[in-house]
Design a protein around this ligand. Sequence first.
Ligand code: NAP
Length: 390
Amino acid sequence: MMTAASEPKENMSQKKTLKTAMVGWRGMVGSVLMQRMEEEGDFSSIEADFFSTSQAGAPPPMGDRPILDASNLKRLAEYQVILTCQGGSYTEATYQPLRDAGWNGIWIDAASTLRMQDDCVIVLDPVNRAAIHRALSSGVRTFAGGNCTVSLLLMAILPLIERGWVEWVNSMTYQAVSGAGAQAVLEMIEQTRHQVRSLDAAPEHATVMQLAEVANLSLTTPGLAEVQGAPIASSLLPWIDSETGDGRSREEWKGVVESNKILERGGANQPEMIPMDGLCVRVPTFRCHSQAVTIKLTEALPIEQLNRALLGGHRWLEFVANAKQTSIERLTPLAVSGSLTVAVGRVRKLQQADDMVTLFTVGDQLLWGAAEPLRRMLRIAVERSDELEL
Ligand code: NAP
């Protein structure tokens, strides 16, 4: 398995190049990003200062400069790079005013706010490294990590897309609660604690069904579901993000538009879009997003050929043979949590048609789904810092 720490190290100059403002490093994505940057020695090649919307003046996570105020635009404008995992509201309040004031630095963002803007590249360098370099050369300075399920799905089925075998994709997701942020995780933990307390107080000779009812009923207590709007412990939420007005959730809309933008499809002078759709569901796992995927192939390929392509896919892809024991051991959130491995398995033809295949994939949405493409973008910027006028 490819653990985050075991990724082969690339040569990095030890010269401190880019003055970088780190914003949102305390959150779910930010704390994983910090861990990865430390593991990979990324801080040795940048001059980092740490910003927060709530902790200004407190001791920093490293170095000796106290945490700075993330709403101070004048201060932020002194940096060549701003890397933010703070969220969409922060981006909305900060990005455009900085650009309007003439700031021309590199903005690297985990939020979705800017992803679909023409002057923003969605970064997932194992898929679109060439597009990232082209963009930097042509003066683009705004980069956003993709939606977590989009990035993980592309990492999982890239070998099939690259071979031109994919006509359309349907993906049904099982997305971890940490995808909704630190407060959502804390809330799910509190819901679970509340259930356990209720079970402890249940009559000694209660039946199993009565215990299940006690646990379920305990979640109707007011105040337990303020963050996500409904309890998730022992349940699931079949809607993620806002409504788009056409029956889709915004998370589902992102699935098609962002993936095709990363693949450079569907725009002027580009190949046709690959239609991608499905339902996005939040489940009570802590970390990692899973997806049950149906693919309409461009031709009825033998299953062995698909398996071979996935097996030799890329260094972060782990192919799991379609057998019960390997699937329940290796194709789960628990198995891949904290690792850069994107596991793919349960590959088999569907009974409906010989050119339709199903598969299951799971990856850590805080790594390839969020933090990893951002730190790799920062690394690319550092590598090219001599030629970029920042
Ligand atoms: P988050 O956990 O809610 O963190 C965002 C900010 O909330 C933190 O930087 C911190 O800011 C503040 N915060 C409030 N309470 C906190 C607590 N108890 N612990 C830590 N921080 C706390 O958000 P996130 O999930 O990292 O998401 C950040 C952005 O990435 C969002 O735009 C999201 O859509 C996007 N994204 C998330 C994921 C994911 O899997 N979570 C995946 C892809 C993209 P201050 O220091 O300023 O207080």
